[in-house]
Design a binder for this molecule. Structure first.
Ligand code: GLY
Length: 405
């Protein structure tokens, strides 16, 4: 039998022990960072709640003069504020956050019957969906099922996708945007909850059609696809919020990543996980992906180093990468460390607001729609939602890793 040379053991043991020590110290630092972020979120949202009183409208962003911008339930972002409150309730377990979340969730109930939008999932799953997951409230379950039924009325079997927008009908016959992947989570949930596989089949078909048509060979995305409803063929591949039709809009790419990871979680079909890995690699290996991993608003905008970052794209990406890391074996480590880096940078003073500032939003420097010149370098509520979700995911991952020791 070969014997391990004594000298090797002598050197290898301290190196191994040091590596273990530094790993557990990094983990402890990361946990503290997320705990600090939740403490800060509680301060900011307490102030926001005081300011909102009994508002029927929910916060979205700020106006150009820095004042708070509120939106009615029909706005696609209306579910994120109650969603943030639910995530804080999940973290703290404190009744006061549940009561606040219930109140701002209630503002959205009528949206279950709004069939004019694909944003049903964004609105209802972040609000009622988190609420049902955390409280088991049967009324929320019914509202969610009605919402899911309404969403699938927008599915066209010839195209194989849910229609995104009804506006700009002079431009697009049947527009499907990459963001729409996010709305599928509501349908997967509805299938499990009701046993009706129609929801599952619609969601899976939408993902499959999107995977076939909405990606370039390098796994970058087109924002808007315009389909012919008679043939199901793609008529145009456009952008609406990115720099150009052939550029890659950063938040769209982040939606794609998050969406395909979620579709893999729900279907367990390897091809969806492969797609997610390719999308992640496109982002992480891109020459214009900056050192601090908070993307510029579009990957291909000229003079990119003078352009704005989009903290919302970073927050979505960060949360998605944490989940991706849990579905992979050894390569998962790289995606987790990318997520850790994004989280640390978003938590720095460059992106995280000071208490009482930023109209009580958490993150600064998001870009809503650059071509339309709206929400440029602003706080935006969905950045905060995915930032909180990323922090929760991080804490869960670290807790599991601790439990395995
Ligand atoms: N769904 C719209 C956006 O991401 O801006």
């Amino acid at each position: 039998m070969m014997r391990t040379p004594r000298l090797l053991i002598l050197f290898a043991f301290p190196i191994f022990a040091l590596a273990l020590f530094s790993l557990s110290r990094n983990r402890a630092d990361g946990v503290q960072l997320s705990q600090r972020n939740f403490a800060f979120a509680q301060k900011q949202l307490t102030l926001a709640l005081e300011r909102l009183g009994d508002s029927q409208n929910n916060p979205r962003s700020t106006n150009n003069d820095g004042t708070l911008q509120l939106v009615p339930s029909k706005d696609w972002t209306s579910g994120f504020f109650p969603g943030c409150l639910w995530l804080i309730y999940e973290y703290t377990g404190e009744e006061k956050w549940k009561i606040a979340a219930q109140k701002f969730t209630r503002n959205l109930e009528q949206e279950k019957l709004n069939g004019t939008t694909h944003d049903m999932g964004f609105k209802m799953f972040c609000s009622f969906g988190n609420g049902y997951r955390l409280t088991g409230d049967r009324e929320y379950r019914e509202i969610l099922l009605e919402s899911a039924k309404m969403l699938i009325t927008r599915f066209n079997p010839k195209v194989g996708c849910i229609r995104s927008w009804d506006h700009h009908q002079h431009l697009w016959q049947y527009p499907v945007i990459i963001d729409n992947m996010m709305n599928l989570e509501l349908l997967f949930w509805a299938a499990k909850e009701s046993g009706d596989l129609t929801f599952y089949n619609v969601a899976r078909q939408h993902a499959e059609t999107t995977m076939k048509n909405q990606f370039r060979p390098d796994y970058s995305t087109w924002h808007v696809l315009n389909y012919d409803t008679a043939t199901g063929q793609v008529l145009d591949r456009h952008t609406h919020q990115g720099y150009a039709h052939e550029s890659t809009w950063a938040r769209g790419q982040a939606w794609a990543l998050y969406g395909f990871i979620m579709v893999y979680r729900e279907t367990r079909e390897q091809r969806f996980l492969n797609q997610a890995v390719h999308i992640a690699n496109f982002i992480l290996n891109h020459k214009n992906f900056p050192e601090d991993m908070v993307p510029y608003w579009d990957f291909d905008v000229p003079n990119i180093y003078n352009e704005l970052r989009d903290a919302s794209a970073a927050a979505i990406l960060c949360s998605a990468l944490y989940e991706l890391s849990t579905h992979l074996d050894r390569e998962g480590v790289n995606y987790k460390s990318a997520a850790d880096k994004i989280l640390a940078n978003l938590s720095s003073e460059k992106y995280l607001a000071k208490p009482g500032k930023n109209a009580n939003f958490l993150l600064m420097h998001a870009v809503g729609n650059k071509p339309a010149n709206t929400e440029i370098d602003m706080p935006i509520i969905y950045a905060d939602y995915y930032f909180l979700e990323a922090n929760l995911r991080k804490l869960k991952i670290e807790k599991m890793a601790d439990g395995m020791k």
